[in-house]
Unconditional design. Structure first.
Length: 280
């Protein structure tokens, strides 16, 4: 190991090392623990769904942790520069090892990585979790170039028309089971305010839950280039209170289940699976 130049350093004992590690562990996890508090958005969306809000908290926590770690690192660099700058031509005391210090700056990054892994896995599991009893189920079919929203249990279809933006209506505060498929090529289901994106692929069924937190209208789009009118492949998600959602369902049922479609997508073969992503 290369020699280290230092003026005067005491070798802390094992007891002192453990005392040094405790605040290091606290500081490394501070940013992630603060993610449960109100944090700046750092340029991102705070998540209009329960799942998207969890993603935002993870993002904000990691960003805050990076700021804390970066600030401590910069402070140590500046402190070393000014504290041990050259004051004379005398040769500083030379030494080869500092085991406690080397263990400390090895263990701290490992702890940070483990904490990031722990929180990330937790958020991913919550985002991908599928409720056993959703309030409503919607089959979303992407096609060139539009979207179909089918509510099979309610006998309601919202058939998209090419170059027009269909609207998927969901109840606020209730879990909606989304089954996402593609009728032709690869598409991308993306709603910015939801902090959520998922592929719609031919021959693959993607299943996920969305729980919209606030009543509003959110803009969605296809994020995978899918042909001539890809840029026009837009849709809306409208979240309304449950009572208003039921009134909308009755209104749609009164209009009839079948509607004229400008472009009817190809049939999709369904398979039974407990996985959220299943290949046919």
């Amino acid at each position: 190991m290369c020699c280290m130049t230092h003026l005067s350093v005491e070798r802390p004992s094992g007891t002192r090392l453990s005392r040094h590690l405790r605040p290091a562990i606290l500081v490394s996890s501070l940013g992630l623990l603060l993610s449960a508090c109100s944090l700046p958005s750092y340029g991102g969306y705070k998540g209009a769904t329960t799942q998207g809000h969890d993603t935002h908290l993870l993002y904000a926590g990691l960003f805050t942790t990076a700021i804390v770690v970066g600030g401590i690192t910069l402070s140590l660099i500046l402190w070393s520069v000014f504290r041990y700058k050259k004051r004379s031509d005398a040769m500083p005391r030379q030494f080869q090892y500092h085991i406690p210090l080397e263990i400390t700056y090895t263990v701290i990054p490992i702890i940070i990585v483990l904490l990031v892994f722990f929180f990330t896995v937790g958020v991913e599991n919550r985002v991908d979790a599928v409720s056993s009893n959703p309030y409503v189920q919607v089959k979303v079919t992407a096609f060139q170039w539009g979207w179909n929203f089918d509510y099979p249990q309610l006998h309601v279809d919202v058939h998209g028309v090419t170059l027009q933006n269909p609207e998927m209506v969901l109840p606020t505060g209730k879990t909606a089971r989304i089954t996402l498929v593609s009728a032709d090529v690869v598409h991308g289901f993306y709603v910015r305010q939801f902090n959520f994106s998922r592929y719609a692929q031919p021959g693959v069924i993607n299943v996920f839950d969305l729980t919209v937190r606030h009543s509003a209208t959110y803009q969605g789009q296809c994020t995978q280039f899918c042909g001539l009118y890809h840029a026009e492949m837009l849709f809306r998600v409208k979240s309304v209170p449950p009572a208003q959602f039921q009134a909308w369902v009755h209104q749609q049922q009164a209009l009839g289940h079948d509607k004229v479609v400008a472009k009817q997508p190809s049939p999709i073969v369904k398979v039974r699976s407990t996985n959220s992503r299943t290949k046919i």
